[in-house]
Ligand binder design. Structure first.
Ligand code: ADP
Ligand code: MG
Length: 239
């Protein structure tokens, strides 16, 4: 359910995620707080094992934090039952993965139509909406092509358009440029930033690829499960 007028896409309030490991416990996230507004584009970076995937899993309601709270559009969803979480994932959250995992036999347009159908949407408006989204991601002229006829960047754009089919307000993106060359990576990040503003999304992008970002982009960094501004954690050069 959407609360119109709320400007928050996602809030994490002192979230800790603790996993058992062989000897004891690992805190994958430690006391992480984050407030992502609608229309805000936030990049999350950090070394391997620092908690980035765990952060996306918590934000995507795939994982319940050990401590702390998760709010979507201002509503506390931390303890929502599985069925409600699934509904929220379908209706309010879009996911973009490292690889778009497209079906080889379907055209770009059909990939989006299938996604809508799997979400139970059989309305006639679906096709019009899919076409509009494909136009918006720059694939208007190739929407009837299959993945094998598309470049890596174009396939990633199909994945992005597909993630927007349910008209989410939160977009969670995991390493979207890691399989692309530098120029195509920049173009994908530019597209995500533009969509964030045009559609009023809250967008969280996990990336190692700081070279694809703009100097004005907001970047936070995870280190050992703790979140900080990039500048705060870069150690000052020795005098
Ligand atoms: P990243 O995505 O930044 O590489 P992760 O979020 O995958 O980091 O992992 C953060 C820490 O939590 C790591 O120490 C990892 O081993 C641990 N971890 C992640 N998922 C699990 C799990 N399901 N069970 C146990 N430990 C986990
Ligand atoms: Mg990871």
């Amino acid at each position: 359910m959407r609360e119109e007028g709320n400007l928050h896409a996602l809030e994490l309030d002192r979230v800790t995620v603790r996993f058992p490991d062989g000897e004891g416990w690992t805190d994958a996230l430690r006391d992480v707080s984050l407030d992502l507004a609608l229309g805000e584009f936030l990049a999350v970076t950090g070394p391997s094992g620092s908690g980035k995937s765990t952060l996306l899993a918590v934000a995507g309601l795939l994982l319940t934090p050990t401590e702390g709270a998760v709010r979507l559009a201002g509503a506390d969803v931390t303890d929502n039952p599985a069925r409600t979480r699934t509904d929220l994932r379908r209706n309010d959250i879009g996911f973009v993965f490292q690889q778009p995992h497209l079906l080889g036999s379907l055209t770009a347009l059909e990939q989006l139509q299938l996604a809508a159908r799997l979400d139970g949407d059989r309305s006639k408006a679906t096709t019009a909406r899919a076409k509009e989204l494909l136009e918006q991601v720059g694939l208007g002229n190739v929407m009837h092509k299959r993945p094998s006829a598309l470049s890596g960047g174009q396939r990633q754009r199909v994945g992005i358009a597909r993630a927007l089919m349910g008209d989410p307000r939160l977009l969670l993106v995991d390493e979207p440029t890691s399989a692309l060359d530098h120029e195509r990576g920049i173009a994908i990040i530019d597209l995500l930033r533009d969509l964030t503003i045009d559609r009023g999304l809250g967008t969280l992008v996990v990336t190692h690829d700081l070279g694809t970002l703009c100097p004005d982009d907001e970047v936070v960094r995870l280190v050992d499960g703790r979140l900080g501004r990039l500048a705060e954690q870069v150690p000052a050069a020795a005098p």
